[in-house]
Design a protein around this ligand. Sequence first.
Ligand code: ADP
Ligand code: MG
Length: 311
Amino acid sequence: MEPIQASLKKWMRENKNFQENFNHIKKELLRDPEISNILSNNPEFTSSDIDKNLMKLYEYRSQSKNCADCPSLDKCINMLPGYTPQVLVEGKDVHLTYDKCKKKIQRDEQQKKETLVKSLYMPKDILEASIDDLDHHELDRHDAIREVLSYVQSIGTNKAEKGLYFYGPFGVGKTYFLGAIANELADRNISSMLIYMPEFVREMKSSLKDDSVNTKIEYFKKVQVLMIDDIGAESLSAWFRDEILGSILQYRMMERLPVFFSSNYSLKQLEQHLATSNRGDTDLVKAGRIIERIKQVSKEVPLFGLNRRDL
Ligand code: ADP
Ligand code: MG
């Protein structure tokens, strides 16, 4: 470093404009409360030490600290957007390090969460649902909330294996419950896949054309937590019921992987519904088999109360 410093000094001596500029910057810097604070904490710093570290001090002063001067992360004014400078004086040297600012930490956490909660066709309010917002005021919801809390508490213990099957009328918040659980799981680094059943059926049907059905089935079999929203919302073909849903549930049952559901039907009612395929054929045995699997991977929980869409 020395030769550069020396030649810089020589050059500075020769260049009056530069010298003037330098002095101007130095004066301004010394007037700055943050910089004078640093210097007063380091009284051994001489004027030539300041000269030597002027660019570092200048850089420190020009950067926004802890987001103070940035309206948002996207409009961050720092050299390294999303990073805030820390100054460290060691002997006669000033060091600058850059740490992630609070806004960037927040954004990164949010993005991580988004990669953990995967979904197919889920509205934004559901993806932002939180367990803290589950409304405790309605008596009708207490059992369901208790089940959610008890599930959450059991995560990571060997008691945790079954998901929950929420059923109840339209609009009471069943899907919201699923979203809230998915976000809670993401906070614990567990990934989940939340799918809206009618779209799931369409997705699988259209995958038949490009042969990606098996890849998708594999994915739904193996994702850490699977959530099927609105099962029973439409009548299924025997193919979908037995080959797709049946095989995914069979796998998850064997591997003890949880599945969450929401439905307008209780399991008893769903059995009737699944017994009739969309062509009108009836097969109670096959429907019973699906219901058995659902019971193995989840616990049935009623959810009643007010229709929140009318609130
Ligand atoms: P369901 O699936 O039972 O038909 P939803 O979960 O879709 O009902 O809820 C209906 C509406 O009410 C949605 O817009 C949802 O975001 C909202 N909602 C449900 N529960 C809550 C809650 N605890 N806090 C805020 N909004 C909620
Ligand atoms: Mg719903």
